[in-house]
Design a protein around this ligand. Structure first.
Ligand code: COI
Length: 356
């Protein structure tokens, strides 16, 4: 792929955040973005790195009406050796294409996704936070741009990648969050688009998220659509429980997102000697486990959230407390995972990809 680089005059470059700035999550964007267009019959064309700025779209663009879009979330780490590291990026590239297929969109060759991201990161290297708690959050996105109101797949698309220097996803960092378990709403049903990383799934979660906030909770823990009985995932992450020293996580049954961090946690935990079960786990089993003390820890895992301890659950207006503090297994897995991601520990799994 021949990527055209449209350089911005130096005087138009944005000031970079100072080293000690509280970055928040996904609020600041770098100077450049990667863009590439697609037309049916022509394929992908005009790959370019250009100024991060507003994009022109027809008010009738299909994405604005029917939500035909998919995205990914990844992180770039500025390692102690000065290199830029990525964590299992090929999994995100593949998942992006699987999401695209589910939404009748064209796929982007993995080599092209990789080249685009590498070139963008190299150009924006100085934006990558130097702090241990911050990374450059990477957001590839694809939107349907045909200006038409008929409900059908678009014939044209825009693929782009933007970069955001970001801190922790949850403002309270590693302190346990409280999750609300709604009975009234569901996120996705088997056969629907729950396994695709697409905006509609997140839009569908907003109302329950607002109710969660009103009730003093941070996130929503979803139950399955059919029986409202089995836990699926939390708003922005997959979920794990430590029951009788075993790690239990919801199985990939066709309604939940196949998280890269989820898979890494499973592999790491097994490597550390824990038994891991991927299976259906009911809310009753969880509540019984909390009451009996057999369920000792609960944590979410995701790219943005890394490993985030869950301290309490609210279900049917009752609060069930797991713990006020992050548990030892959550801490151990967090450390193992982030040590690999930041290059502090040898990566025996072959997960790290160095950009330069
Ligand atoms: C991620 O973890 O990267 C995500 O995409 C979750 C999110 C919507 C912030």
């Amino acid at each position: 792929m021949d990527i055209k680089i449209n350089k911005i005059p130096v005087e138009e470059l944005k000031p970079k955040p100072a080293k000690d700035t509280q970055l928040g999550f996904g609020k600041i964007f770098t100077d450049y973005m990667f863009t590439m267009n697609y037309e049916e019959g022509k394929g992908w064309f005009d790959p370019a790195i250009r100024k991060y700025e507003n994009i022109a779209l027809s008010p009738s663009a299909i994405v604005l009406h029917y939500g035909q879009e998919v995205f990914e979330g990844m992180k770039g780490y500025l390692r102690a050796d000065g290199k830029i590291g990525l964590f299992r990026p090929e999994r995100n590239f593949r998942r992006f294409n699987n999401s695209a297929k589910r939404l009748c969109m064209p796929t982007v060759p993995i080599e092209d996704q990789k080249q685009a991201l590498f070139e963008l990161l190299k150009l924006e290297r100085d934006w990558i936070p130097q702090s241990e708690n911050a990374t450059i959050y990477i957001r590839p996105n694809m939107i349907a741009t045909d200006p038409e109101l008929g409900v059908k797949p678009s014939g044209s698309y825009l693929y782009y990648i933007i970069l955001s220097p970001s801190g922790a996803y949850f403002s309270r960092g590693f302190l346990p969050v409280t999750v609300f378990v709604p009975e009234k709403y569901i996120r996705a049903a088997i056969g629907g688009i729950g396994t695709a990383k697409t905006g509609g799934n997140y839009a569908a979660s907003l109302l329950a998220g607002e109710e969660a906030k009103e009730k003093g909770c941070d996130q929503v823990l979803w139950l399955d659509a059919k029986e409202r009985r089995y836990v699926e995932e939390v708003g922005s992450m997959n979920i794990c429980f430590v029951i009788n020293n075993r790690i239990v996580t919801s199985e990939l049954d066709g309604a939940i997102l196949e998280g890269v961090t989820r898979d890494s946690v499973i592999v790491l935990a097994r490597h550390l000697g824990y038994e891991v079960e991927e299976r259906h786990i009911s809310i009753d089993e969880i509540i019984d486990g909390i009451k009996s003390g057999e369920l000792a820890e609960c944590f979410g895992c995701g790219t943005a959230a890394v490993i985030s301890p869950v301290g309490k659950l609210m279900y049917k207006d009752e609060i069930y407390k797991v713990s006020d503090e992050p548990g030892p297994i959550s801490i151990q897995l967090f450390k193992e995972l982030t040590d690999i991601q930041w290059g502090r520990k040898e990566d025996t799994f072959g997960w790290t990809v160095i950009v330069d």
